[in-house]
Design a protein around this ligand. Sequence first.
Ligand code: ATP
Length: 249
Amino acid sequence: MKEIPKSHPRYESLMTRKKISDAMKKGFVHETGLIAHGRGEAFDYLIGEKTTAFADEAERVSAAALLCAEKPVISVNGNVVALVSKECVSLSKIIPARIEVNLFHRTEKRIKKLMKELEKDGAKNVLGLKGNTNIPSLDHNRSLCDHEGIFSADVVLVPLEDGDRCQALKNMGKTVIAIDLNPLSRTARSASITIVDNVIRALLGIEKWARLLKNEKKDDLRRLVESWDNKKMLGDVCGFISKKLNSLF
Ligand code: ATP
């Protein structure tokens, strides 16, 4: 493939596509991950490919939830590692939180590859391989997770989760933070806090807020999380998109 010139108006987006397609060739990303990425791109277009004020606020509240947590876990899949491996590792150190590789299309080979990539970026004691317990009410392969990680976590950050698993984690009583560009998805609607932003910008946003809030009183952070109204925010994002579309032509 020819080099993409920096002057191309869609340079960033094309480079991201290249990252995902290279990651698929390396066996990090499942082929359906490319389709999921395409759906994300479409919604990114609709929000203007920038972090909205709604997403910035969700990133602030997510940072607060992670900082208050007793056992926070960042759950990663192939697309997440392909796009933001370094950022996940950096955030995991600031919170601090464990990282667990958790795949929809689970194979031991792919889990090992992703763990290695995260370790190359500085992660320590990445979980995911054991799959020694199940998230209740999901079919077998999709339900496997680590007892020490996702299963016993109180707050789970799940960038790019699917709706069933997100709901199943919520049913276990966890605070689930999802990053999903589609405000209409089941994931977006079932998470405790949804960040409607590209995972590339969202991880940086959460880290920015985690640094700013790290020394705040835990009670203040808890109050911030308790006052979050996810449904209202999703309605506001949809209103924002529809206003933007109506003002175009
Ligand atoms: P659900 O099961 O939640 O209703 P879905 O079946 O669309 O939704 P998947 O196909 O499992 O979900 O995951 C793709 C989701 O990830 C899409 O909703 C898409 O918007 C989102 N997505 C893809 N790439 C990104 C990205 N880079 N940043 C944020 N979100 C993304």
